[in-house]
Design a protein around this ligand. Structure first.
Ligand SMILES: C[S@@+](CC[C@H](N)C(=O)[O-])C[C@H]1O[C@@H](n2cnc3c(N)ncnc32)[C@H](O)[C@@H]1O
Length: 200
């Protein structure tokens, strides 16, 4: 097993990483009632844009993003688990949006995307990342200066104090918090880009 694969397997076994067998719960049709993607993403994603679904899992939001950016736009669906990416691809093929989505495997602390991109979504994934500050700096580096970053964490795993720490880490990576949009079962924050020269 390669070093990266070993780290991914260990993280999954240690319960830090959402296991691929749980993916079915994340792409249930019922989920659309709880997490209506148009309501959550529609205000920030326009046709023709380039967007990233970071920690895409089975692609519930990748498919929705592909619809929102339309035929002239593109989605980069990033995950470190090949089985999640395979499932995301199957869901995108079934939804007829696969040709607008680039499926990319990344490393635990390596975004693996080159910008510029207009929007990055990190939905229920940051708490699984070993070095969030590093990943957040990479997100900032690929985001267009007029871009937006939406961070959503699960209330069950991420208590208020931990979320406040994630907000502080995001601002330290060069973002400015704009609002805390309501998302069911979640803590969420929307960011714009701050000046990169203030990032340590
Ligand atoms: C709880 S699932 C959420 C999936 C998806 N965002 C959703 O809401 O349906 C978390 C996903 O993040 C991925 N992940 C965890 N750490 C990651 C990292 N450092 N880079 C990319 N993906 C990561 C996991 O493999 C898993 O697919």
């Amino acid at each position: 097993m390669s070093g990266t694969m070993e780290r991914i397997e260990n993280a999954s076994q240690a319960g830090c990483l959402c296991p691929a067998w749980l993916a079915g719960f994340l792409d249930l049709r019922l989920r659309a009632r709880l997490h209506d993607p148009d309501a959550i993403l529609g205000p920030y994603v326009r046709p023709g844009r380039t967007v990233v679904d970071l920690g895409c899992g089975p692609g519930f939001f990748s498919v929705a993003l592909a619809r929102l950016v339309g035929p002239g736009g593109s989605v980069v669906a990033v995950d470190l688990q090949p089985r999640m990416l395979a499932r995301a691809r199957r869901n995108a093929v079934a939804a007829g949006t696969a040709e607008r989505i680039l499926f990319r495997r990344c490393g635990p602390d390596d975004l693996g995307v080159t910008g510029p991109v207009d929007f990055v979504l990190a939905f229920w994934m940051l708490h699984e990342v070993p070095d969030p500050a590093r990943l957040l700096r990479q997100v900032r580096a690929v985001l267009d200066p007029a871009g937006r970053f939406l961070l959503v964490e699960p209330k069950l795993h991420v208590r208020a104090a931990r979320f406040r720490a994630a907000l502080a880490a995001t601002e330290a990576a060069g973002f400015v918090q704009l609002e805390e949009p309501p998302v069911a079962l979640s803590r969420a924050a929307l960011f714009s880009c701050g000046p990169l020269d203030r990032v340590p």
